[in-house]
Design a protein around this ligand. Structure first.
Ligand SMILES: NC(=O)CC[C@H](N)C(=O)O
Length: 366
């Protein structure tokens, strides 16, 4: 078994065993607390450029199957686990996690103290790191100095958004899905409701979208800093008030920025499947699936036409907004789950109802 190192920008070195690809890689290390769902996690495009550590100590035990991918190819930079299960047991399993990561050219490291790593991220915030083979000539000091001088690359959306529009037809509502790095779960939920979906790249203009005569717009999740996705913000500005919209995660952040709110980087993000979120209008708390490193500043909503609708019960940050004049609502968490609890799946039904209501209004005026 080959040794591999995970070197953090603060100089901490973890020595573990290599699995997956032999390639060295660099990225921001983030932790996720989901106990299951590693296949969906590693294929979620929002993790582009990140090395993911899982706090649950045994990963890989049900293998990798055909059905649970959230994208065609994973965008993560590395996978860090306490103990890798190399003999998966599940009727759906097609291959081991190790075999899959090797095939996708993604390096992994196992056998390190993932609790210690998580505590470092919780105390110090986002950390840049490198995964590399443990050769005798590894110059840790040089690597640390380089890491400290490497800026976080934040506009990853162009890497994971499709290059051209494509349809996912249905006989129901026409939804244009602005794909900033969408998880398949979002498209799955819309198709389940018979939506006639057209998926479009992140830099599609409002005019191009309106020419498709949508009943509604879906703003997807995606990687990186929302402030950097200026093309998406411009497009959304051109759509507000014209078509009903529903936004998830990055889509929520971009819509809020388009309305004049501000975003900021959370100290260590929200990633996992058990984040309690309170709906301020109903008082109901949903357990939610989350994966985000940025959030919308609640204070900044005061100067906008947005109403705060949801808050995170763990840290009080913004988890959802609604436009006061137009039919738009957005959430920071993942109602499509994949992986995680499905408590808030009803939001997709609310989106369909919102589009139906708007269409009925228009028919009255016609
Ligand atoms: N899942 C997402 O859409 C994440 C949004 C954004 N990249 C963040 O980290 O906050």
């Amino acid at each position: 078994m080959k040794k591999r190192l995970l070197i953090l920008e603060d100089g901490t070195v973890f020595t573990g065993t290599a699995f997956g690809s032999e390639q060295a890689s660099q990225g921001e290390v983030v932790f996720t607390t989901g106990m299951t769902g590693y296949q969906e996690t590693l294929s979620d495009p929002s993790f582009y450029g990140q090395i993911v550590t899982l706090t649950y100590p045994l990963i890989g035990n049900y293998g990798i199957n055909r059905d649970d991918f959230e994208s065609i190819a994973p965008a993560i930079r590395g996978f860090v686990v306490r103990e890798l299960a190399d003999q998966p047991s599940n009727w759906r399993s097609d291959m081991t996690l190790d075999e899959y990561l090797t095939s996708q050219n993604i390096p992994g490291i196992e056998g390190i103290d993932t609790r210690k790593l998580t505590r470092i991220i919780r105390t110090k915030g986002a950390v840049r790191a490198i995964l590399t083979e443990a050769d005798a000539d590894v110059d840790v000091e040089k690597i640390v100095a380089e890491l400290q001088n490497t800026p976080f690359i934040t506009h990853h959306v162009r890497e994971v958004s499709p290059k051209a529009a494509y349809p996912s037809p249905g006989r129901g509502k026409r939804v244009v899905l602005l794909d900033f790095g969408m998880k398949h779960g979002i498209l799955r939920e819309l198709n389940k409701r018979d939506c006639d979906v057209i998926v479009v790249p992140y830099n599609t203009t409002a005019e191009q979208i309106l020419a498709m005569h949508p009943d509604g717009i879906m703003l997807s999740n995606g990687p990186g800093n929302p402030e950097d996705v200026t093309e998406g913000i411009e497009t959304i500005k051109g759509l507000i008030g014209k078509v009903p919209m529903f936004g998830i995660c990055l889509g929520h952040q971009l819509f809020s920025l388009a309305c004049g709110a501000k975003s900021f980087k959370l100290p260590f993000g929200h990633r996992g499947g058990n984040h309690p979120v309170k709906d301020l209008r109903t008082g109901r708390t949903d357990l939610t699936s989350q994966n985000h490193g940025y959030a919308i500043d609640i204070e900044s909503l005061k100067d906008t036409d947005l109403e705060l609708t949801h808050v995170a019960l763990n840290d009080g940050t913004c988890e959802g907004v609604r436009h006061k004049k137009y039919p738009v609502f957005t959430v920071q968490y993942h109602p499509e789950a994949s992986p995680g609890p499905e408590d808030s799946n009803h939001l997709f039904d609310e989106f369909i109802e919102m589009m139906e209501k708007e269409a009925a209004k228009e028919n009255q005026h016609a």
